[in-house]
Ligand binder design. Structure first.
Ligand SMILES: [Zn+2]
Length: 655
């Protein structure tokens, strides 16, 4: 009876997803909890687990299903139930029924990258083989190879059993493909199994190298795609309504990422991590959901120690503000020894559930694009992050895209590229687009003749015309450190290079300083459009030093290319602002980042009376977090209003 009741309850929301021709992950507000179950958790109480999830108003749970160990009594050869699964019990099946009865979707997690020893003993040829011929063993588990018979054959039998027996809402795959290090960070090298050696030889004509080269990376990517495609087809065939999730971008339904920490990672922290991951995913692949897993732990060694509460909360607000799934991850069950992150997540999940109408079907309405790793190129992370921060602090709503598929389908008022730019960007410019290039690396299309590049210049640029740079009225010099590309042109009417000069002793400081005509910035008309190129690394300099002069230069260059901003505000730079569309209404999200400093995250400082003007004429505006109607007025083609109070997060609904 309970099962029948659950089917009836589920019907309306399943029907909604089907009617839209999209999976549930695109049409429903997602509140996603990952419980990374241990083998001992196979004995968990399914009712208690489902009750805990329902209590926090989670509506999707990603949890252990099979692979390294199964949480159900499996009958497929070389797949073993957890030794802690009580005899005669089907924990996964029982839980699935309890979850569905509470309208919680279940995404089963499989890890196919490792198996217990008996599989290795029976089929050593299925496994990763190090250069010396030995297998990779970690805590008694043997690493499989993406090109071996486990991934290519046995795994499909394992998955088919799970999919046929359980009405799961999706499957997720951890550690997909051959990993080059183990959990402790020890390098294991490349796989030298017969399959890998054959394939690499056919692909490149050579033996497996000591370190991955371009051929090897390309081959491994192809291999992972082959298996990923096969798994995708299996899921579609057996459970057409189920979603397919792993860390690969294509062939899947969701783009998975993690907002996480690692103790050896260099500082500064990246407090915009969840915004970065979700913005990039939603705008690179708009037809897929961004699921940025909010990892509660500090690092692998301390899976039970949580990061600061406000870091967890900040990631959550950023996920909602950028149109992604709201997420929270724990190791083990929700009966935690460190409950700080869980207790932080609960009220936010509950609040998002009460207001769930706003958190489905959002799309970025930003008019500015920041290019990520578009094309085949990889860009410098510091350059990218510096510009990400500048746009955020300037309250310019922006989309991040890792490809050029937006060309011809989505219009932008300004495109910003850091560390070079792909050749196809020229098409956008020729049609009248405006582009700001930041970095010494020349774009893949002609903007200005390059005379030479120097890898590390320690000098300045001089402001020659302050009328062009109103934000720089109190300085004539901006520091440059890092690569510089000397371009043809005359810098004496805007910014010009001041090359290195003497730095000491004080009696000698810069007494030999000289000016040049070498431009510190150039602009070129191409077709109907305009390109401005700063041939030094403004983004990376801002990321490392946060100099207001660099921010001022960025502001003035953006204003020259994009004078009528979508959003104008007097908000503090540590208020993050995104502008989204949801059907006919617009959603302006404000995330208060003022609680972050150094390596700490504290409660944000409340901000009051934030004045905002947005392009477009709206008749009604209201706040949702601190509920209230806002009085607004229309001036020109803009709508002006004041947000009276921002504590941690606010959502302004414009209609
Ligand atoms: Zn192999």
């Amino acid at each position: 009876m309970r099962f029948l009741l659950s089917c009836l309850l589920l019907t309306p929301f399943l029907a909604r997803a089907e009617a839209a021709g999209q999976g549930w992950w695109m049409t429903e507000p997602i509140r996603w909890v990952q419980t990374n179950l241990r083998e001992t958790d196979a004995a968990l109480d399914p009712v208690r687990h489902a009750d805990q999830l329902a209590d926090m108003r989670a509506n999707v749970v990603l949890m252990g299903m099979g692979g390294i160990c199964a949480y159900y009594p499996t009958h497929v050869e070389f797949h073993y139930p957890s030794p802690y699964l009580p005899a005669g019990r089907d924990m996964f099946g029982d839980f699935l029924r309890e979850a569905h009865a509470r309208r919680i979707r279940v995404v089963g997690r499989y890890d196919l990258s490792k198996t217990p020893k008996p599989v290795y003993d029976a089929h050593p040829e299925w496994f990763f083989r190090k250069a010396d011929g030995s297998p990779v063993i970690y805590n008694g588990l043997y690493s499989t190879c993406i090109n071996g018979g486990y991934y290519r054959g046995q795994a499909m039998k394992i998955l088919a059993e799970g999919l046929e027996r359980y009405d799961v809402d999706g499957l997720f795959f951890n550690m997909f493909g051959n990993q080059s290090t183990d959990y402790s960070g020890n390098p294991v090298g490349l796989c030298h199994c017969d399959s890998c050696r054959d394939r690499y030889r056919r692909h490149s004509g050579r033996d497996i190298p000591d370190r991955p080269d371009d051929d090897y990376r390309a081959l491994m990517s192809t291999c992972a795609r082959e298996v990923s495609k096969e798994i995708g087809a299996l899921i579609r065939r057996i459970r057409p309504q189920a979603g397919y999730f792993n860390y690969m971008q294509d062939l899947t339904d969701g783009i998975m990422s993690e907002s996480n920490t690692e103790v050896r990672r260099p500082l500064p922290l990246w407090p915009l991590s969840a915004s970065d991951n979700v913005n990039r995913a939603r705008n690179s692949e708009p037809e897929k959901m961004a699921i940025d897993l909010n990892m509660q732990f500090v690092d692998y060694w301390w899976r039970f120690a949580t990061v600061p509460r406000e870091e967890i909360a900040t990631r959550m607000w950023q996920q909602l503000a950028n149109g992604g799934a709201l997420t929270f991850e724990v190791n083990g069950t929700l009966d935690l020894q460190d409950r700080q992150a869980y207790e932080t997540a609960k009220p936010i999940f509950r609040w998002a559930a009460v207001n769930e109408q706003y958190f489905a079907g959002q799309r970025s309405a930003a008019r500015v694009l920041l290019l990520g790793d578009a094309g085949s190129r990889e860009i410098d992370e510091a350059s990218y992050r510096g510009v990400f921060r500048l746009l955020t602090e300037e309250h310019i709503p922006f989309a991040v895209c890792d490809n050029m598929r937006w060309l011809g389908s989505r219009d932008f008022d300004l495109v910003i590229a850091t560390d070079g730019a792909p050749a196809r960007l020229r098409e956008y410019v020729e049609r009248g687009g405006r582009t700001l290039l930041l970095g010494a690396r020349p774009p893949e299309f002609d903007v200005r003749r390059v005379i030479r590049s120097v890898p590390d210049l320690k000098g300045y640029v001089r402001v020659r015309d302050h009328k062009l740079y109103p934000s720089l009225r109190d300085t004539d010099l901006l520091m440059i450190n890092g690569p510089f590309t000397e371009l043809e042109g005359d810098g004496t009417r805007s910014l010009s290079l001041v090359p290195p000069s003497m730095i000491g002793p004080p009696e000698k400081i810069h007494v030999d300083m000289r000016d040049t005509t070498t431009p510190g910035v150039v602009s070129s008309a191409i077709g109907q459009g305009l390109v401005t190129w700063v041939p030094w690394d403004l983004g990376a300099l801002y990321y490392r030093h946060s100099l207001p002069a660099h921010a001022g230069l960025f502001r003035d260059l953006v204003t020259a290319l994009y004078p009528e901003r979508q959003v104008k505000t007097d908000a503090h730079p540590l208020i993050e602002l995104t502008f989204m569309e949801q059907g006919r209404r617009r959603l302006l999200h404000l995330v208060n980042l003022s609680g972050h400093s150094q390596t700490g995250y504290f409660a944000p400082v409340p901000m009051r009376n934030i004045r905002i003007s947005v392009a477009g004429e709206y008749r009604r505006a209201r706040t949702v977090r601190a509920p209230g109607a806002l009085s607004l007025r229309v001036e020109g083609a803009r709508t002006v209003f004041t947000v009276p109070l921002l504590r941690d997060y606010e959502l302004v609904v414009l209609e």
